[in-house]
Design a binder for this molecule. Sequence first.
Ligand code: ADP
Length: 191
Amino acid sequence: MVNIVLFGPPGAGKGTQSKKIIAKYHLQHISTGEILRKAIAEKTPLGIKAQSYIDEGYYVPDEMAVDIIKHELEKYPQTEGFIFDGFPRTINQANQLQQILSKIGAKINVMISLETDEKVIVERLVQRYYESGRPDDQRPDIIKKRIAIYNSNTKIVKDYYKKKGKCESVCGIGEIDVIFDKICSIIERYK
Ligand code: ADP
């Protein structure tokens, strides 16, 4: 089993690269953001609880994100591995992920961190809104808040994996396929 955390700020390209990785390596993609957006669209109890946080650019509570992960892990017991996209976003989530995985005899093999700069990601999020209409990409003040929360709560999750010797950085600016090739060469080393 190979389990990968794909890491980076909003707009780093995690979703784009995840799609390519799962196609090539047959891994199961778990995007907490995608699951939450679907729940909101379907107005499920989870979606109703999550909406006010997401609309305002805040994270949902850790327990909510962790419950999603537990549920997804149970759904795919036979998979060759998981790609965690948008999770863990806090140190508490990272600790809980480690505990959950150890219970099934698994672990995170590597975190792949997509490096970008703030100007690029803001441009991408504005563009993404025009293409997909994602409500949390609509307002510049909400985008700024999400980036600020990323900087204060989530950036440190990279150090958490770095200390364990499990963090690999990839430049996330440039051609999608060039970035993908670099990601593949890392996965090849860990799988
Ligand atoms: P992005 O990283 O591009 O902002 P995502 O699709 O990963 O988008 O997440 C969208 C929103 O869902 C986040 O801004 C946050 O409110 C919520 N969310 C997603 N994953 C988590 C998580 N692990 N913990 C808390 N909130 C989350």
